[in-house]
Design a binder for this molecule. Structure first.
Ligand code: SF4
Ligand code: SF4
Length: 368
């Protein structure tokens, strides 16, 4: 018989905390984690990974806990779960060798970003003369005078499709490990509602305990700005694709056109959300945080802010000689985001939604 793998420190901490919480149950009304926890008597690794992804890190249970440090039991649920969440992303990474990218994830995402931006700049510089890169281009097709439409679409399309496949495979693996099965339409709808409203950061109406012990909705609103801003930018690119292929309209588009309006509003929201979340993270009480995962979280927020900022700068300076280099830098950041998405904090949205679906499936099961 082969040796059983030793549980990691994060897994051991999470199991210790959940066993004490399951006896205490003081926090049972705080979020979805505690009702889900109460359906278990013992916790498998899969159960703990599921509960860790159900946790939104609101920190409410840390400040409410009479057994939190300096108590000898040292209960610190948000810290244990934050560390375990990253281990679960690595455990279900696809393809498997990519799991190692979750070690020192902040450095990995930063290097990936630097490489992607440098690569796009080098290729643009090699394929175009400095005269073309530094000249103002206007009218339909101006962007493609700098980087050809075919190169842009094939590169971004291939990387985007790979990112989608990798994220789908990782999430499916996590779903199977947490119990699998086909969820009902009602469980799906409730989970989607909870994910889209960040219900578990609501704190029963007063908000979460972030960045400190006081209650606040700020983190929830900033996260909404970032996530919905990102979705608006994605919608902008999708509409632009329809314009190009179905209507024969070639970018750049008017300031009041649908793609530009969606991209501008989305970019501003993303920038507000990411900078606000970075600011909150700097101010946050370090006691309930898992220090080892902070680098990856900072790196992803900075990358998202860079995508939004360079996109907005490109809009402002698109008719000037700065457009060529700005376009290359913006595409470099977008490429880095697609490449990093399955192997960074970005994946948490899918894992958390899967955990929310599981919690609604289990709740219906336990109520039946
Ligand atoms: S976090 Fe503390 S107070 Fe809350 S259920 Fe667990 S042990 Fe009890
Ligand atoms: S940190 Fe918040 S979301 Fe996570 S288990 Fe504690 S109360 Fe629930």
């Amino acid at each position: 018989m082969g040796d059983m793998p030793q549980p990691t420190e994060a897994m051991t901490d999470a199991r210790h905390d959940m066993e004490i919480c399951n006896a205490c149950r003081y926090c049972e009304g705080f979020c979805a984690v505690f009702p889900a926890m109460q359906l278990h008597r013992a916790f498998t690794d899969g159960d703990l990974n599921y509960l860790a992804n159900l946790c939104h890190g609101c920190q409410g249970c840390f400040y409410a806990c009479q057994y939190a440090p300096p108590h000898p039991w040292g209960i610190n649920v948000p810290q244990a779960f934050a560390a375990l969440r990253v281990e679960s992303y690595a455990e279900h990474a696809w393809p498997r060798p990519m799991a190692r990218l979750f070690t020192r994830n902040g450095t990995v995402v930063s290097l990936l970003t630097a490489l992607a931006v440098a690569l796009v700049l080098l290729i643009a510089g090699a394929l175009q003369s400095p005269d073309v890169m530094l000249r103002a281009h206007t009218g339909p097709g101006a962007f493609f005078a700098v980087i050809s439409y075919r190169a842009m679409v094939w590169t971004a399309g291939a990387v985007f499709m790979f990112a989608l496949l990798a994220m789908a495979m990782s999430t499916a693996s996590f779903w199977r490990a947490s119990g699998g099965g086909a969820p009902s339409a009602a469980a799906l709808a409730r989970a989607l509602h909870d994910a889209m409203t960040l219900r578990n950061l609501g704190g029963g109406g007063d908000g979460c305990n972030y960045p400190g012990e006081g209650f606040s909705h700020l983190r929830r609103w900033l996260h909404h700005a970032m996530a919905y801003g990102f979705l608006l930018c994605f919608a902008s690119t999708s509409v632009a694709t329809i314009y190009h292929h179905a209507l024969g309209l070639v970018a750049p588009y008017d300031l009041l056109s649908v793609p530009v309006l969606l991209g501008t509003i989305g970019g501003i929201l993303m920038l507000i959300g990411t900078i606000g979340l970075l600011w909150l993270k700097i101010l946050a009480d370090p006691a309930p945080a898992a220090r080892a995962v902070l680098g990856g979280e900072y790196a992803m927020l900075i990358l998202l802010a860079a995508v939004a900022k360079t996109g907005l700068l490109l809009l402002v300076f698109r008719a000037t000689p700065a457009m060529g280099w700005l376009l290359a830098v913006h595409l470099g950041f977008v490429l880095a985001l697609f490449l990093a998405a399955p192997y960074s904090k970005f994946i948490h949205g899918l894992f958390r939604t899967a955990a929310l679906i599981r919690s609604h499936v289990e709740r219906r099961g336990s109520a039946a």
